[in-house]
Design a binder for this molecule. Structure first.
Ligand SMILES: NC(=O)c1ccc[n+]([C@@H]2O[C@H](COP(=O)([O-])OP(=O)(O)OC[C@H]3O[C@@H](n4cnc5c(N)ncnc54)[C@H](O)[C@@H]3O)[C@@H](O)[C@H]2O)c1
Length: 312
């Protein structure tokens, strides 16, 4: 058991991370501007852009480890320069506060968007499935901020060495538990609508991740990568995604139809294989997503649902 600060603990991803870590026996403190009712964590309401407030809170808590999720999490939610500024400042503040409080480990959230799919000037993968060695090509303030976040992690490894165990992860499109029941996803559509219309998920290359699986990834990182004597290379970046694609047809065919620029590399994907590989997380941390849309989706896709006035 360890004391873990989760920044952004009231968010879509943070709620599941807090619950999973608390259930695993960690003492969890959520730091967010917002609070959630019924959280198993102690909650502090702080604006982490205030470096002094962040440092004071971390010094009072004295965490063993920090999981940094707080960010502007949606591309386009604010003008590009603001998103870049906010997301990078948050990481600097949390890094400094972690070091100042004596924390031994810091895991920060990046994003698969660093890869560059959806670029208005065109994008084609060098190969598929995408892994952590694939070149990054950010094209908006959000994805550029996440490349910078990963670079700040690598910088901190060079600067502080083993004083702090560091890592970054790129969670695929996060599905919170209530979204399997029909609540709208981060982009507004329900999951049933996404399965019925592959063009909705094509823009993110059919990637997704159950939020509970994300929580279990964080727990695995804390167990395997955070200890001072871990053999996981310090600063490792991980893709974290479901073991299949968010689509009801073979992935290669869907890419050829909806993302033609990926068609040449698509045949290397077998069946419903995901475009993003989480093999590194499995190899180094023993983590693999346990949940699939095929087992979790509770609502019928609209095209197969029987209209109420036609029900028997
Ligand atoms: N949801 C996804 O699909 C997804 C995919 C890839 C990466 N990510 C990354 O994962 C992390 C969490 O994403 P999410 O979907 O849970 O986002 P979210 O918007 O639901 O949660 C982010 C939380 O951070 C908090 N926050 C933002 N600025 C803050 C500040 N200045 N001080 C204190 N708290 C602040 C917000 O109040 C919010 O509760 C983000 O870094 C995001 O970029 C998310």
């Amino acid at each position: 058991m360890s004391r873990v600060v989760v920044t952004g603990g009231a968010g879509r991803l943070g709620r599941s991370v807090v619950e999973t870590l608390a259930a695993a026996g960690h003492e969890v403190v959520s730091i967010d501007r917002g609070e959630i009712v019924g959280s198993p964590a102690r909650q502090l309401s702080i604006d982490l852009l205030d470096a002094a407030a962040a440092a004071a809170a971390f010094s009072e808590i004295r965490p063993d480890a920090v999981v940094h999720l707080a960010a502007v999490a949606v591309p386009g939610a604010l003008p590009d320069p603001e998103i870049f500024d906010i997301n990078t400042r948050l990481v600097w503040n949390v890094l400094e506060a972690s070091l100042g409080s004596g924390a031994g480990a810091l895991l920060v959230a990046s994003s698969p968007t660093v890869i560059g799919y959806g670029s208005p000037s065109g994008w084609a993968p060098a190969y598929l499935p995408l892994d952590e060695d694939h070149p990054v090509a950010p094209w908006n303030g959000y994805s550029a901020s996440k490349v910078a976040v990963e670079e700040i992690v690598k910088m901190a490894v060079r600067k502080h060495g083993d004083r702090l165990r560091l890592g970054a992860f790129r969670p695929c499109f996060v599905i919170a538990p209530e979204e399997w029941e029909g609540a709208p996803t981060q982009q507004g559509h329900t999951l049933a609508e996404r399965i019925a219309d592959p063009s909705l998920s094509a823009v993110a290359l059919f990637n997704y991740l159950d939020a509970r699986d994300a929580g279990e990834f964080v727990a695995a990182w804390l167990e395997r990568a955070a200890p001072a004597d871990s053999d996981v290379p310090n600063g490792t970046v991980f893709f974290v995604g479901a073991a299949d694609a968010l689509a009801d047809a073979p992935t290669a065919g869907l890419l050829a139809e909806h993302v033609p620029e990926a068609a040449a590399a698509a045949p290397s994907l077998e069946g419903d294989a995901p475009v993003f590989s989480s093999a590194l997380a499995e190899r180094l941390l023993g983590w693999r997503a346990q949940r699939s849309w095929r087992t979790e989706l509770r609502t019928l896709v609209p095209s197969t649902a029987v209209p109420a006035d036609q029900e028997a």
